[in-house]
Design a protein around this ligand. Structure first.
Ligand code: SF4
Length: 350
């Protein structure tokens, strides 16, 4: 296979064979594929903001935001638009090019849509790419978000179809695929990946990658998360995943999805600089930036900048005029400050 071929007929056996390759051979192959499709030594930087935290009705066993687990997390109402604008401005000032907004919902309600649409429009007006993760979307909601200008929608597959019901029982694998179909049909880009270290077997990691790579159109963005064990969740005591297996998962994602941004996501805070460097060598070319990833810790911006400097990595460029942007932000914050009374308790049961 050439380094530029995109295949969507992968089998689990083929992926298992890649996991069995000598580590250095696999990383070398992944870096060759990476350089055929992306500028070398360049990493895209996104910021993730929780716009509605906790009290989620779903039962994802890794997640501190599920209402079913006692993790001590304080639930929060839907964030006001002016606060979202300020956070987006801060993200841009520190070099993020994409602003991702996450809400702990099974799915957004129709009453939420006007606020979400406002958030998207304001983030876009700053010149940032926009992304949301809000749970399941029907066709109509996907169209509303796309019409507002949303660039990406994140909805992870989490794990293989076979292991899935050990992790989540409140929505099916097919529900997730249906949401991704609705996102594509509405014309948005897809961000979809998974989590490793959930206690799954090797064939489940391979199965997840096969599902992602064999989609009718591969996701533009593929977050690979390493489980962050949170006290109070059912996976608090699961065995740690070996770091080489994690790095190999990144390398194989790069080989199977050569044109996708592969994002080194949750779990980075606990990784050494050397492990992160090997992930970049394996083809990871996107990170979340900022000290919080929804509710779990993430390296702060200055720590990441020091690492980029040591490794000779550049951030993907931002077209940005700080002066213009500051004016836009001030005007938008004033505009939205007057609408704060419109916000309701989004965590209240309906
Ligand atoms: S749907 Fe999202 S927020 Fe809700 S429990 Fe699952 S991962 Fe957590």
């Amino acid at each position: 296979m050439s380094n530029t071929t995109i295949r969507q007929n992968w089998t689990v056996d083929e992926v298992e064979a890649m996991f069995a390759l000598p580590f250095m051979d696999l990383l070398f192959n992944a870096q060759v594929v990476h350089r055929a499709h992306f500028p070398k030594n360049q990493v895209q930087v996104s910021t993730l903001l929780s716009i509605k935290t906790g009290a989620c009705p779903e039962d994802c066993k890794y997640c501190p935001q599920s209402a079913r687990y006692d993790t001590g997390l304080e639930k929060e109402t839907l964030m006001e638009v002016n606060k979202v604008i300020k956070a987006a401005q801060d993200a841009k000032a520190t070099g993020s090019t994409r602003f991702c907004m996450g809400a702990a919902w099974k799915n957004p309600k129709q009453r939420d849509m006007p606020y979400l649409v406002e958030m998207i429009k304001e983030v876009k007006s700053l010149g940032l790419e926009s992304c949301m993760t809000l749970g399941m979307l029907d066709n109509h909601q996907a169209t509303q978000l796309a019409d507002a200008g949303l660039d990406y929608y994140n909805h992870n597959l989490d794990t293989s179809p076979e292991y899935y019901d050990k992790i989540i029982t409140t929505r099916s694998y097919q529900d997730r695929l249906d949401t991704l179909d609705n996102v594509r049909s509405a014309g948005m880009k897809v961000c979809s990946g998974g989590i490793v270290g959930l206690g799954e077997q090797g064939k489940d990691r391979s199965g997840l990658l096969v599902q992602l790579a064999n989609m009718p159109q591969q996701p533009e963005s593929v977050p690979i998360n390493k489980l962050v064990k949170v006290k109070g969740t059912p996976l608090d005591n699961v065995d740690d995943l070996d770091e080489f297996t994690f790095i190999k998962t990144i390398a194989i994602a790069r080989i199977m999805m050569p044109k996708s941004h592969v994002r080194l996501s949750a779990g980075r805070d606990a990784m050494s600089e050397q492990t992160q460097a090997l992930c970049f060598m394996a083809g990871a070319n996107s990170i979340f930036y900022g000290c919080k990833l929804l509710t779990t810790d993430n390296p702060d911006e200055s720590t990441d900048m020091q690492l980029f400097k040591k490794l000779g990595i550049n951030k993907e460029a931002v077209n940005f005029s700080p002066y213009e942007s500051e004016q836009n932000v001030d005007a938008a914050i004033i505009r939205h400050a007057e609408k704060d009374e419109l916000f309701y308790d989004a965590t209240a049961k309906v």
